[in-house]
Design a binder for this molecule. Structure first.
Ligand SMILES: Nc1ncnc2c1ncn2[C@@H]1O[C@H](COP(=O)(O)OP(=O)(O)OP(=O)(O)O)[C@@H](O)[C@H]1O
Length: 265
């Protein structure tokens, strides 16, 4: 079993008490760049095993929040803790071209676990065991992303951060990759945060969808029942998310959005 440890997001801010079942707990999170606030006083928790999608307009701060959770950036104010180990998959696979696939898979794990068989098992999970000795340059975009996913999961992350990992893939590969990620997250049980622009993707994959808008999480909606009950319920949920994002999927003119404050449904 994965022995998650807890890492404060910011020091010397007082840490919150993250329970072992939580992958993320942050409160009052505030971040800006050059005098522009991206988000302010934001609260977020993600449980282990929970798949959360984060939607928001371009530039709203989604990647910045993900980078903070990954430890690549810090909050300006607020407190938070994340369970570790953490792993991430980005839009680009970020493989090391001078190393064969199996060595790429092992790159983030401790030396004592760096055995070829560990890589082969991880590659088998993403259907790429036969490509273990291939060079990254010979892989398709979808295959390279599956290697990146294997490299993330071999860490047995308590928190998995996905920053638009399907965005560069063709439509069919994207659907297959989404199913794979969902299946493997169910098996490995990390808390997962998926940053995406794609409402359909969020509804297809997530247990919960958040919308970051105007410096706040203006929507925090449980997806499961709406997605799984009827087609109409799923469509209503997607419409609601599009409306929250101020977008009409059919390209009709939108009335200016007014948001009274964070709402949960
Ligand atoms: N290190 C930095 N220094 C200065 N500004 C930054 C830095 N990182 C991000 N920003 C700015 O913060 C804003 C939010 O960026 P971020 O990448 O978090 O948005 P996003 O919601 O992920 O956007 P997109 O969906 O287009 O990827 C942008 O205006 C960006 O230019």
């Amino acid at each position: 079993m994965n022995q998650a440890v807890v890492t404060p997001l910011t020091s010397p801010l007082a840490p919150t008490s993250v329970h072992r079942e939580n992958a993320v707990v942050i409160s009052g999170a505030t971040k800006g760049f050059g005098g522009r606030l991206l988000f302010e006083n934001l609260d977020l928790s993600i449980r282990r095993g929970e798949f959360v999608a984060l939607l928001g307009a371009s530039g709203s701060g989604k990647t910045t929040l993900l980078r903070i959770l990954l430890g690549l950036d810090t909050l300006d104010a607020g407190a938070g803790e994340v369970a570790t180990p953490r792993a991430a998959v980005f839009q680009e696979p970020r493989l090391v071209p001078s190393q064969p696939v199996w060595r790429n898979v092992l790159m983030g794990i401790p030396r004592r676990r760096q055995h070829r068989q560990v890589a082969l098992d991880a590659l088998a999970e993403v259907g790429l065991a036969a490509h273990a000795d291939a060079w990254p340059v010979t892989l398709s975009g979808g295959e390279a992303q599956r290697v990146a996913l294997a490299r993330a999961l071999v860490l047995e992350p308590a928190l998995l951060l996905l920053d638009e990992p399907f965005a560069a893939l063709d439509a069919l590969t994207r659907l297959k990759m989404q199913d794979l990620v969902r299946r493997l997250c169910g098996r490995h049980h990390p808390g997962t945060l998926l940053v995406t622009h794609d409402v359909d993707e969020a509804v297809r994959l997530a247990d919960r969808v958040l919308v970051l808008r105007e410096r706040r999480l203006t929507l925090d909606v449980i997806v499961g029942e709406a997605r799984d009950s009827t087609i109409a319920a799923g469509a209503r949920l997607r419409s609601r998310l599009y409306a929250e994002l101020g977008v009409d999927p059919l390209g009709r003119e939108q009335a200016p959005h007014s948001s009274a404050g964070p709402r949960a449904v």
